[in-house]
Design a protein around this ligand. Structure first.
Ligand code: FES
Length: 151
C-alpha cells in the first residue's frame, strides 16, 4: 500500500537504501514485524506503507514469524514440469506435521510455497534460508531435513 508513490520517487537515496535496510532489519529481528517496518520507515524518512509495499514484493523478506530455517518450495513452471512443488511440500508436511505457512512444533522449520527461485536449470528446487538446493529428489530432501533437524 503506497500512500503517495511520488514520495518514493522523490527520495532516490532512501529508495536505494531500502532493500539493504530491510535485509538488515530482518537479520536483526528475524522477520519484518510492524515495529521493524516502522523503524525502517523512520530511518529512511519514508511511510510504513512504502516500506511494506517493497518488503511484500520480494520473497526474501519475511512478514510473519519464522522458524529457524525457512524452507521455500518452488511451484514455478520449470519445477512444475519436473514434478512440481506438491510432492516436495507433501513430503515435508507429512514429515513435520505442518502445512505451508506453518512452523514445526520445535520452531525449527517454516514451510512456504513460492514462485520461481531463479534456479530453473536445477528444477525442482528448494531454498533453505539463503541457500539454494536443486535437482531435489526424495532422498536428497530427506538428507536436507535430517541435517536441519540435527542442528
Ligand atoms: S520455476 Fe522453480 S526455480 Fe524457477
Amino acid at each position: 500500500m503506497i500512500e503517495n508513490p511520488k514520495l518514493l520517487v522523490d527520495k532516490p537515496r532512501s529508495r536505494a537504501m531500502l532493500l539493504a535496510a530491510l535485509y538488515i532489519a530482518q537479520e536483526q529481528y528475524g522477520w519484518l514485524s510492524q515495529e521493524a517496518i516502522q523503524r525502517v520507515a523512520d530511518r529512511l524518512n519514508l511511510t510504513p506503507g512504502q516500506v511494506y509495499s517493497t518488503a511484500s514484493f520480494y520473497t526474501m523478506f519475511r512478514l510473519q514469524p519464522q522458524g529457524q530455517y525457512r524452507v521455500q518450495v518452488c511451484e514455478g513452471l520449470s519445477c512444475y514440469l519436473v514434478g512440481g512443488a506438491e510432492p516436495i511440500a507433501d513430503y515435508i508436511s507429512n514429515r513435520l506435521n505442518i502445512n505451508p505457512g506453518e512452523i514445526s512444533v520445535d520452531g525449527k522449520i517454516t514451510l512456504e510455497i513460492v514462485q520461481c527461485l531463479a534456479a530453473c536449470d536445477y528444477a525442482p528446487a528448494i531454498k533453505v534460508n539463503d541457500e539454494l538446493y536443486g535437482n531435489i529428489t526424495e532422498d536428497r530432501l530427506n538428507e536436507i531435513l535430517i541435517e536441519l533437524l540435527s542442528k
